[in-house]
Design a protein. Structure first.
Length: 311
């Protein structure tokens, strides 16, 4: 990324708690100066301190979008192209609450969603207290049945003839997937839950609560230390697109509501989930790990717009 690209980047102000805009803008000006001079910016970003506003009238930027954008400068250089693809059609898709244009950019992202190459999937309600991830031909790939006794997390997640259950962690895990590239400045503390098979072997870890209240801190970690984040871009449910990105910044999957004009936030009112369309990048195989991750994370697009108290 060069100085001109940074100059053209704008973060969408948010009405929620976030980083003080003038601190972020000043950091970006320093980043641009270093890039224009041909100097590395990794240490500058690592040492940066971004503060929450002292006054409620201060303009603030979305924490998750800022952290994700700055994290791109801290990725190892010379990474191999994803699965040998040198011209990745997904590479330049917008991720997070970064404003790179006017309203038309949101509309274009929605309009072009179905034109992306990849595997098309459907996720939604398939019965009382049951959600399923299905192929375009309606073949079930995974199912999620929560436990009525354990609240938000718990119950059974199934795929490929295997069933998995959540194992709650008794302590907070303060180790983030990659502290150099994500959340270093936000001070977020997450509670992790393990999804284990019948022998107690974990297949993935899920961060507590997922996306919520216009924040996108959700993460899924795999046993080999790979991880996925689930950033949301859009002004509301009618044009929102959630993108799963991995630890190297690769786009893995994109999510959007199938019916963008239906009543929003049904989860908060009726305990239901709006059906979601998912496209998986063509370079990614639907392994059991990824299939479970998609089945678990699809609800986070809806919960991103939910607020405390269900309002």
């Amino acid at each position: 990324m060069n100085g001109d690209q940074v100059r053209d980047t704008r973060f969408r102000p948010t009405g929620n708690a976030g980083y003080r805009a003038r601190d972020v803008d000043e950091l970006l000006r320093r980043v641009v100066a270093e890039l224009d001079a041909g100097r590395p910016v990794g240490q500058l970003i690592k040492n940066a301190t971004l503060r929450k506003p002292a006054w409620t009238r201060d303009v603030v930027y979305d924490v998750d979008a800022v952290d994700w954008f700055l994290g791109q400068f801290l990725l190892p250089s010379g990474q191999p192209e994803l699965a040998g693809i040198s011209d990745d059609p997904w590479r330049d898709l917008p991720v997070g609450q970064l404003t790179l244009g006017e309203r038309a950019s949101f509309e274009k992202a929605w309009r072009d969603f179905g034109q992306l190459p990849g595997t098309s999937l459907w996720w939604g309600e398939a019965g009382r207290w049951l959600t399923e991830l299905r192929t375009a031909e309606q073949r079930t790939l995974a199912s999620v049945r929560p436990s009525l006794l354990s609240g938000y997390l718990g119950g059974t997640v199934s795929t490929g003839g295997r069933s998995f259950t959540y194992e709650r962690r008794s302590v907070q895990d303060r180790t983030e997937p990659d502290p150099e590239t994500w959340g270093r400045r936000s001070g977020t503390v997450r509670r992790w839950y393990r999804l284990v098979d019948g022998t107690g072997t974990p297949i993935l870890h899920e961060s507590y609560r997922g996306n919520f209240d216009m924040r996108a801190p959700a993460c899924i970690k795999f046993p080999d230390q790979r991880w996925l984040r689930f950033l949301v871009r859009g002004r509301g449910p009618s044009n929102a697109i959630m993108t799963a990105v991995d630890q190297a910044g690769n786009r893995v999957a994109r999510y959007r509501f199938i019916d963008k004009d239906s009543a929003p936030l049904r989860t908060a009112v009726l305990g239901l989930s709006k059906p979601v369309e998912i496209i998986v990048h063509p370079a990614w195989k639907l392994t059991d790990e990824l299939t479970l991750g998609l089945a678990i994370s699809a609800k986070w697009l809806d919960s991103y717009f939910a607020h405390p108290g269900g309002g």
